[in-house]
Design a protein around this ligand. Structure first.
Ligand code: AMP
Ligand code: MG
Length: 329
C-alpha cells in the first residue's frame, strides 16, 4: 500500500518496523526496503522479499554518527568521513561491535557491517521514530533496476510489504558510494552518490578492486545487476532497428523508435537522477528490441552510472530475481 509520507504515516511505519514488518521508504539515493536490523526474522524477510542471495550483506541505516558508533568501531578516518559526508550518500564498511545487537544475517555472517546515515528528511524521521537501526537494501527484486519512486516499489513488491512511504522521486537516483574502511587503504566497493574524486580528497589514496573481486562481499559488484527485461547496448552512437535510446547531451542520433534524454545539458548528476526511472520507462519488450545508451563520461556521478550500466548490460545468469524476456527463449 502506497501512503503519502505524512508525520502520521511515518509514525505508523515506525510501529510496523518495530513489530518486525517491512516498510519501503524514500532516501535521497533510491527507495529502501526497510526492516529492523536487530531482528534476525525481519532481516530474513528482506532477503526473502527481494530474492536476494544470503551472502550479500545489507546496509544498516542510522540517523547519525552517534548511533552508528554504538554498532561499529570507528577509527579517526571513519569518523572524519562520517563527519564530512553524513547525513548523505556514503556507506562505510567497518568492524561490527561484538555487542551491537545487529542481526548476523544483515552482515551475511561477516564480522563487518555497512552503515549509512541517509539525508532524506523522511528517512531521518523514520529512523528516529523507529528508535533502532534499519537494514534497507534498494527496494527492488534482486538483480533488477532499483526503484526511485513509490510506484516503482509497488511494481516490484505490491502487497508483499506492509507499507510504502511516498515522498516523490529520489533526488540523487543512484545508490550510495560504499567504502570499506577495515583495511589499511580505503577500498571503493561501489561507486555511487559521493563521487570517488570527492572521497579521494579526504582519504588521499583509495583502492578500486578489479571487477569480479569482492563479489560476495558486495552485491552491487555482482556481474549482472540492475537489469531491465530488454537487452542494453552501451556507448551507442547510431541506431539499430527497433531500439529505444537513452540520450546524453543536447542531441540524439536519428533513427531510434523512442528517445528519452538523461540530461540534455550533459550533467551526470541529472542523468543519475533520471537513470533508473527512464530505464523502467523504456523497458517495454513488446515495443522495442533493445535499449541503447549513448556514452557517458567517466566523471563525477558518471562513474557510478557507468558501473550500473555495465552490470545491467552484462550476461545474465538464471537467478530468482531474473525474469526471462519470453518464456522459452
Ligand atoms: P544494496 O543494499 O542493494 O544497496 O547493496 C548493498 C551494498 O552494500 C553492496 O554493494 C555491498 O558493497 C555493501 N555491503 C553491505 N554490507 C557489507 C559488508 N559487511 N562488507 C562489504 N560490503 C557490504
Ligand atoms: Mg540494490
Amino acid at each position: 500500500m502506497i501512503v503519502r509520507a505524512t508525520p502520521e504515516a511515518v509514525k505508523r511505519a515506525a510501529q510496523l518496523l518495530r513489530g518486525g514488518e517491512l516498510v519501503a521508504f524514500p532516501t535521497e539515493t533510491v527507495y529502501g526496503l526497510g526492516g529492523d536490523a536487530t531482528s534476525e526474522q525481519a532481516v530474513a524477510r528482506i532477503f526473502e522479499a527481494k530474492g536476494r542471495p544470503r551472502f550479500n550483506p545489507l546496509i544498516v541505516h542510522v540517523p547519525d554518527l552517534a548511533e552508528a558508533e554504538a554498532l561499529a568501531l570507528f577509527d579517526e578516518r571513519a569518523r572524519a568521513a562520517a563527519e564530512r559526508f553524513w547525513p548523505g550518500p556514503l556507506s562505510l564498511v567497518l568492524p561490527r561491535r561484538p555487542a551491537s545487537g545487529l542481526s548476523l544475517l544483515a552482515s551475511a555472517g561477516l564480522d563487518t557491517v555497512a552503515l549509512r546515515a541517509p539525508a532524506h528528511p523522511v528517512a531521518q524521521e523514520l529512523l528516529r521514530a523507529a528508535g533502532r537501526p534499519i537494514a534497507a537494501p534498494s527496494a527492488n527484486r534482486s538483480g533488477r533496476v532499483s526503484a526511485t519512486t513509490a510506484a516503482h516499489v509497488d511494481d516490484e513488491f505490491g502487497d508483499a510489504i506492509a507499507l510504502i512511504l511516498d515522498a516523490g522521486p529520489c533526488s540523487i537516483g543512484i545508490e550510495s558510494t560504499v567504502v570499506d574502511l577495515t583495511g589499511v587503504v580505503p577500498s571503493l566497493l561501489r561507486p555511487g552518490g559521493v563521487p570517488v574524486e570527492t572521497l579521494a580528497g579526504l582519504f588521499g589514496r583509495i583502492e578500486t578492486p578489479a571487477p569480479g573481486d569482492a563479489a560476495p562481499r558486495a552485491p552491487g559488484r555482482l556481474a549482472s545487476h540492475y537489469a531491465p527485461n530488454l537487452p542494453l547496448r552501451l556507448n551507442a552512437t547510431a541506431a539499430r532497428p527497433g531500439e529505444a535510446l537513452l540520450a546524453f547531451g543536447p542531441e540524439a542520433p536519428p533513427g531510434f523508435t523512442e528517445v528519452l534524454f538523461l540530461s540534455r545539458s550533459g550533467d551526470p548528476a541529472e542523468a543519475a537522477a533520471n537513470l533508473f526511472m527512464m530505464l523502467r520507462r523504456l523497458d517495454r519488450p513488446e515495443e522495442f528490441a533493445a535499449i541503447a545508451i549513448m556514452p557517458i563520461p567517466e566523471q563525477g556521478l558518471g562513474r557510478a552510472i557507468n558501473d550500473r550500466l555495465a552490470r545491467a548490460a552484462a550476461p545474465r545468469p538464471p537467478s530468482p530475481g531474473y525474469r526471462p524476456r519470453r518464456s522459452g527463449s
